[in-house]
Write a protein that binds this ligand. Structure first.
Ligand SMILES: [Ca+2]
Length: 237
């Protein structure tokens, strides 16, 4: 048995149980969902703390407007030796999916890794804060992406994420990446998503929206984190 998901762009033809999971995910996504991420539409921007702005991972980015970044998000570039100021992170008030603004990343060197990062860690001091992730649940992180002249030298536009868990006083991290194919060239706004589950010891999650080892321009907007409900263990019969 196979099915095709009509609205979740990344889903291809899926066999058997995956098809059921896909249908359940669609049922969950069709109901009103709580958006657990702050400033996912990049509407609010603030001046960076000078100490943060001086760090090489930030100072090597051309920020537009200068020294500004979206509230709750951290701009970051993985510096490469002998590499000039070839990456830009900008507030864009002309090209946007929702609201009045989006976030634009431009890379001009194929070795550039430029990203915008979000973590739920800062909410963990207040366990009841709804922006925290919970153990043993399914989540979807969803976003809109647009691109212009994107040429990959290894990756392209990509979401990479991690979940931090604490068990018996020991901290460990699990990682996930958006699987290929990734959009290249010039393309209009398209929805993307990654579904993940948290283990029984999950404490926080971090997300990086990247233009990785690629040149060109991409825009991100309307990023959401949606709780799809508890993890259900399915028995084969
Ligand atoms: Ca927006």
């Amino acid at each position: 048995m196979q099915c095709y998901h009509p609205t979740l762009g990344d889903f291809k033809r899926l066999p058997g149980l995956l098809c059921l999971a896909c249908a359940l995910a669609f049922a969950a996504s069709a109901s009103p969902a709580e958006i657990l991420i702050e400033n996912g539409g990049f509407e609010v921007w603030r001046t960076l703390d000078p100490q943060v702005a001086r760090q090489e991972t930030v100072s090597s980015i051309q920020l537009l407007p200068p020294n500004m970044a979206p509230e709750g998000w951290s701009p970051l570039r993985e510096p490469h030796r002998q590499q000039g100021p070839t990456a830009t992170i900008a507030m864009d008030e002309k090209t946007k999916h929702g609201g009045a603004r989006s976030l634009r990343i431009e890379n001009r060197d194929p070795r550039d890794i430029t990203l915008i990062q979000y973590s739920t860690e800062r909410f963990t001091a207040r366990p009841d804060d709804p922006h925290n992730i919970r153990p043993g649940r399914r989540y979807a992180v969803r976003w809109w992406l647009k691109g212009e002249n994107v040429e990959s030298a290894g990756a392209g536009p990509i979401l990479m994420m991690g979940v931090i868990s604490v068990k018996d006083g020991k901290t460990y991290r699990t990682h996930a990446s958006e699987p290929p194919p990734r959009p290249l060239g010039t393309f209009d706004w398209q929805p993307r998503q990654l579904v993940f589950i948290t283990d029984p010891y999950a404490r926080s999650a971090g997300f990086t929206f990247q233009l990785r080892w690629a040149t060109g321009t991409i825009w991100y907007d309307d990023i959401e984190l949606v709780d799809l409900g508890p993890v259900v263990h399915v028995e084969t019969y």
